[in-house]
Ligand binder design. Structure first.
Ligand SMILES: [Zn+2]
Length: 611
């Protein structure tokens, strides 16, 4: 009878400790602003509390006792470190699912260490096991420790860019880095700290031994420890690759692999690109050519392309079309080849198109062509640099003679596009320059894309500014201003001969540009060119072809060939039938497609007879 009461008391204590662990961590996440949400923590509530009760039953060690402290610290470090440092760096929310994975991985790690320790101590070898467990705690803390150290050095959490830098750093550079950033004495202090930590752990683990061995081994206890060990290893195997840190790591690895694949063939491709320099634009007409890649701009919501659109969001461009139509050519029927950035741009920037079946990794790019034609090449981007959303574009960008990003940190830049303007002052006006500018344009959320001076069109009361038509129009208005600044600077300072603006894809203001819910405004894009009077004199053929094609239909995956045409740089890697700046251009509304061939342009309900 007495025995049963003791067991009941114990069970209540274990249960209370398990519940306290769960509630404290959930409360901590909420408190520092990274709430994982009930949707994620409710399904794991019962399994985690059950496992925490079971581990106390199996080891006879309370999870909040000194004996469990090293394992508790190791586990919770994994739960907390990334979400907390992310919050401190960005002051914005991280993915709820990722927070949940971090929580599960940290907690499972904690339980696994406890189960392992309980089982090992049953085999004897007190000191050896205590030392072994201390080393495991140390190793388990290496990754959280690197994150915290990085944060303390730069006041910034690890990002794909910084992890890339760490990944590419060799042993010698690491030593240099530690010496220059820390100095000898602090380094020694850190090592002394490690030793002290190991000693502390060792001391706690011996306490664990005494508690566990205070009661006899039973089949039930050993069964619980074995079960938990197997279950927690399975949980780690499944969730560890999905944690925040593993995600960063995967981004870096996939980038490095893709770079290798693209780069292996790059020299060969460049070699095989034979362009007769005597014929090219820079030889005949020195100066600068600029390509601006827009983001999520749909011509449906731009006054210059759709006069019935109620907001005057393109004052500069509309003015140029009206007063300078000899030099500014507007193209009315241009579409993107897909509704998301990377698949579109990997085609627009290279030979690959919907129509030729070429592979990205075998294709020359506009940067290659510009180089071979005789230009110094520049790439300035206000978009992200690493990760699955950027890699292909970055690969092309990095082949330029000069490539810079305004923001190295995350997938999306939070800087306004004006951050790009300063880079133009680096360009040497006495040289022949080919400049690509990749802007953030009208990427969701629209209200984050422009400074307050451009908040001209006000969102109706009660609507969200995040995704309103008015906010979208403001972002287009801001892009109009940015384009005017680029044009004015280049015309005044860089001997501008040609400029091309096109958007990667369009936008549906209600549902953004998700290919799963396709609508045609997601692919109706703006495109225009500026050709200087001297250009028009030197290249009358390309000028007239473009002028003749202003109402013709075109998809932006053929932009590569159009650039080859503009630069008068034909080669074996050029197809004049895809060149919008050539009279050989042979595509029509009837044989063009979008969404990588899924939708013929004939399906567009707004489409009109081709002139
Ligand atoms: Zn895009």
């Amino acid at each position: 009878m007495k025995h049963t009461t003791i067991n009941q008391d114990r069970f209540i204590r274990w249960f209370a400790a398990a519940a306290a662990y769960f509630v404290c961590l959930i409360a901590a996440y909420i408190d520092f602003g990274q709430d994982m949400g009930a949707k994620y923590f409710m399904p794991i509530l019962i399994p985690i509390i059950a496992a925490l009760v079971l581990i106390q039953y199996g080891t006879r060690v309370s999870i909040f006792s000194k004996a469990a402290l090293p394992n508790l610290v190791t586990g919770t470090a994994w739960c907390i470190t990334f979400p907390l440092l992310y919050q401190w760096t960005y002051h914005s929310v991280w993915y709820q699912s990722k927070i949940c994975f971090d929580f599960v991985v940290g907690t499972a790690g904690f339980i696994l260490l406890m189960a392992l320790e309980g089982a090992l101590f049953r085999l004897g070898h007190e000191k050896l096991t205590a030392a072994f467990m201390s080393v495991l705690n140390f190793l388990g803390l290496v990754i959280p420790f690197i994150q915290v150290t990085y944060y303390c050095l730069f006041w910034h959490c690890l990002s794909p860019a910084s992890l890339m830098a760490l990944y590419l750093t060799n042993y010698r550079e690491s030593i240099d880095f530690i010496q220059s950033n820390l100095g000898l004495l602090p380094t020694l202090l850190i090592f002394a700290g490690f030793a002290l930590f190991l000693y502390g752990c060792y001391h706690c683990h011996r306490e664990f031994f005494r508690r566990t061995l205070a009661e006899d081994t039973t089949a039930g206890r050993m069964g619980a420890l074995s079960l938990l060990t197997v279950a927690m290893i399975a949980a780690e195997g499944w969730y560890l690759p999905q944690t925040s840190v593993a995600d960063l790591w995967n981004d870096v690895i996939s980038y490095v692999n893709q770079t290798q694949e693209y780069s292996i063939g790059h020299d060969e491709r460049l070699e095989s690109l034979m362009i007769d320099k005597n014929m090219t634009l820079p030889t005949k007409l020195p100066g600068t050519v600029i390509v601006v890649i827009g983001e999520s701009a749909s011509r449906n919501y731009m006054k210059a392309f759709t006069p019935s659109f109620p907001y005057d969001d393109t004052p500069w461009l509309s003015g140029k079309f009206a007063s300078d139509s000899a030099n500014f050519l507007k193209f009315d029927n241009v579409y993107s080849s897909w509704s998301q950035t990377v698949p579109v741009l990997q085609r627009a920037l290279t030979e690959q198109s919907q129509y030729n079946g070429k592979e990205f990794f075998d294709s020359a790019s506009i940067v290659d062509v510009a180089k071979k034609a005789g230009y110094e090449t520049w790439w300035f981007s206000n978009q992200g640099r690493y990760g699955q959303y950027d890699s292909a574009i970055t690969l092309v960008a990095k082949t330029a003679d000069h490539a810079e990003w305004t923001d190295d940190s995350y997938n999306f830049s939070d800087k306004y596009d004006e951050a790009l303007l300063q880079y133009l002052s680096q360009v040497d006006p006495s040289k022949n320059n080919f400049i690509v500018l990749h802007i953030m344009g009208s990427h969701i959320y629209y209200n984050n894309r422009y400074p307050s001076e451009f908040n001209k069109f006000e969102t109706a009361e009660g609507d969200s500014t995040v995704s309103s038509v008015q906010s979208y129009a403001n972002s287009i208005l801001y892009t109009d201003y940015i384009l005017s600044q680029i044009f004015d600077y280049a015309q005044k300072n860089l001997n501008l001969q040609a400029m091309v603006y096109f958007s990667d894809h369009g936008e549906n203001i209600e549902i953004s540009h998700n290919p799963d819910v396709f609508s045609f405004d997601m692919v109706r894009i703006p495109m225009w060119t500026y050709l200087s009077p001297s250009y028009q004199q030197v290249m009358p053929g390309h000028t007239n072809a473009l002028r003749m094609h202003q109402s013709r239909y075109f998809t932006n995956d053929m932009l590569y060939d159009m650039i080859c045409g503009l630069l008068n740089a034909p080669s074996a890697r050029y197809n004049p039938e895809q060149d919008f700046a050539s009279f050989s251009y042979s595509f029509h509304r009837s044989n063009l497609t979008t969404m990588l061939g899924q939708h013929p342009l004939l399906e567009d309900p707004n489409g009109t007879e081709e002139k």
